[in-house]
Write a protein of this length. Structure first.
Length: 341
């Protein structure tokens, strides 16, 4: 599997409902808007004193994180719990994979425990798609970030945050700044923004942090931060993802900060009401100044809160779509058996 891997559309049932959530590629504006509207309706649940709805009662959700995570893993767990699901968090480093069990065997064992949904983060692009199509197709699979390929729930929580602050996508100019090359977040955000109708998506980075085929990104490329940030409505800063870097792609962190780090001065090049976003974890003084991260234009913590509502939306929609399909399959099988008799 490589990073340019493009899954075929296996994430919808025959009524066009979600049953897996693997990528935003191929999902239309109507469906993305349904996710945002459903998430909106869950925001209120998070503000109640008893933060629960029974939509996933009796269902079992397994969090399978093969890569480090704080926000994504914990907001998936909270989202599942607020939907009343039972949640298992598998600690990969202490699981039997460390005794040599293969991924497929481990997943089939979890499926044999009547799990309904796997939330998967994996360093390999395409791993969640492989699990959904080849390993456990009866279990709904939600991609929590795969390699450099996609991070669709992150992009949707970012879209919810943008919609809350800007009202709509029409006419918006969005700049995504920093390590585009290694960023699954940037790839999913660009797809979401284009589908939802943003006027312009820019990527701002040195050539060493851009993919070789920038045309395939679907965004306007700027090497110069002043030009790239001019009059934008939204700035998304990205972390330098050193764990995915092979060799030195930068002269130094100081040099990167000087040219691309979001300081108050650079923020001044954007529209006065521009919002500042970051998927986290933030590295202060590397890609963003503390005064900006904690400043009045920053919506970074709103993104985290919105992550719960968006994940509740995606999980409940996918469980619904999967249940419809399973029920249909069961009634067709019952009919077939009746006909044989
Ligand atoms: C991002 C990720 O893991 O892709 N973080 C996240 O999910 N909030 C971005 C990153 O690690 O820099």
């Amino acid at each position: 599997m490589n990073d340019s891997f493009r899954p075929k559309q296996i994430q919808l049932n025959r009524y066009g409902q979600l049953k897996h959530f693997l990528t935003l590629d191929g999902l239309d504006k109507l469906l993305l808007t349904e996710i945002l509207d459903t998430a909106d309706s869950f925001i209120e649940v998070g503000e109640r004193s008893i933060k629960k709805v029974p939509l996933l009662r009796g269902k079992t959700v397994v969090n399978l994180f093969f890569e480090a995570s704080t926000r994504t893993r914990s907001t998936f767990e909270l989202a599942a719990k607020r939907l009343s699901a039972d949640v298992l968090n598998i600690n990969i480093s202490t699981s039997a994979t460390s005794k040599g069990e293969s991924l497929s065997d481990m997943l089939q064992n979890l499926e044999a425990m009547a799990s309904d949904m796997f939330v998967v983060r994996h360093a390999q692009s395409g791993a969640p798609h492989f699990i959904a199509s080849a390993v456990t197709p009866q279990v709904s699979i939600i991609n929590a970030g795969d390699g450099r390929h996609a991070h669709p729930t992150q992009a949707m929580l970012d879209m919810l945050t943008i919609r809350q602050h800007k009202g709509q996508f029409d006419g918006l100019v969005v700049a995504i700044v920093g390590d585009i090359l290694h960023s699954r977040v940037a790839r999913s955000q660009i797809q979401a923004l284009r589908t939802l109708g943003a006027a312009e998506v820019r990527v701002v980075a040195p050539n060493t942090l851009l993919p070789s085929d920038t045309d395939a990104l679907g965004a306007r490329v700027y090497n110069d931060a002043r030009a790239g940030l001019r009059d934008v409505d939204v700035i998304v800063m990205l972390r330098l993802q050193k764990e995915r870097m092979e060799g030195a792609l930068l002269p130094s962190e100081n040099e990167f900060y000087r040219l691309y780090g979001l300081t108050d001065e650079k923020l001044g090049w954007a529209k006065p009401d521009a919002i500042v976003m970051h998927p986290g974890p933030i590295n202060r003084g590397v890609e963003i100044a503390s005064s900006v991260a904690d400043g009045s234009q920053s919506v970074i913590l709103n993104q985290v809160t919105n992550g719960i509502a968006v994940r509740m939306a995606v999980m409940s929609m996918a469980m619904g779509g999967m249940t419809v399909e399973k029920n249909e399959l069961a009634s067709t099988q019952a009919e077939l058996t009746a006909n044989v008799r």
